[in-house]
Ligand binder design. Structure first.
Ligand code: PGA
Length: 252
């Protein structure tokens, strides 16, 4: 029996915040850790790419981990405006989100591209957080589990392991809407993802599977208590130090 993995609570700041307020947010989190004590989770913040430097300077040598929100599948080259995984690693990040539904929708990213990005992340020594999740139409059609297992199949690199990769289940219709699936629905998808990992990686129980989509301090404890939920990917509530901290403190 593999030990349950340590919780990971990741803040996806998306395209929000300017330098001073972002550094202040990171400092507020550090103050909360200093006053209340370390939470029962790994804490990760993923600022916009251009703020990785300043926020990284604020959290350097602290327990707060740093991540990016996307990377290019190539290590370098003629790709104006893009950022490679080695650059992200070089700037002090340990993690990178890939395949977020907003990128799948805004930039037409498909599973093959997401897998290529995750492979690039692994090669650069970064931990990819690979996002999967169904749309409302897919859920209403009873296809949620089928859709996320298909995305897992198409997006998970062959070299993925429990130690080097994180999964995130984010139902598209729950992101930024204040709506969350029922606990049973979350459990069903997370159990299915755990099952999908078996046969693909050697220690399926040890891979962290985060839930994301309208996680707030008042629903976090209930969501994080679900058996195969190993943390949260938090958007809106990660922009307020107290809210993000409340979620981190819900990791029992
Ligand atoms: P939300 O976003 O917490 O604002 O719903 C989650 C995400 O998109 O990662």
């Amino acid at each position: 029996m593999v030990e349950k993995p340590r919780f990971l609570v990741a803040g996806n700041w998306k395209m929000n915040g300017l330098r001073d307020e972002s550094q202040a947010l990171a400092r507020q989190l550090l103050d909360l850790i200093a006053s209340d004590g370390a939470p029962g989770c790994d804490m990760l913040v993923c600022p916009p790419a251009i703020l990785i430097g300043p926020v990284g300077a604020t959290v350097r040598d602290t327990s707060i981990l740093l991540g990016a929100q996307d990377c290019h599948p190539n290590g370098a080259g003629a790709h104006t405006g893009d950022i490679s995984a080695p650059m992200i690693a070089d700037s002090g990040c340990a993690y990178v989100i890939v395949g977020h539904s907003e990128r799948r929708a805004d930039h037409g990213e498909d599973d093959a591209l997401v897998r290529a990005k995750a492979e690039a992340a692994l090669e650069a020594g970064l931990i990819p957080i690979i996002c999967v999740g169904e749309t409302l139409a897919e859920r209403d059609a009873g296809r949620a589990v089928e859709v996320v297992l298909g995305q897992l199949d198409g997006s998970l690199p062959g070299a993925a392991s429990a130690a080097n990769t994180v999964l995130a289940y984010e139902p598209v219709w729950a992101i930024g809407t204040g709506r969350t699936p029922t606990g049973d629905d979350i459990a069903q998808v997370h159990d299915a993802l755990r099952g999908g990992l078996a046969g693909r990686i050697s220690e399926p129980d040890a891979m962290r599977i985060l839930y994301g989509g309208s996680v707030k301090p008042d629903n976090a404890a209930e969501i994080l208590a679900i058996e195969n939920v190993n943390g949260a990917l938090v958007g809106g509530a990660s922009l307020k130090a107290d809210d993000f901290w409340g979620i981190c403190q819900s990791c029992a």
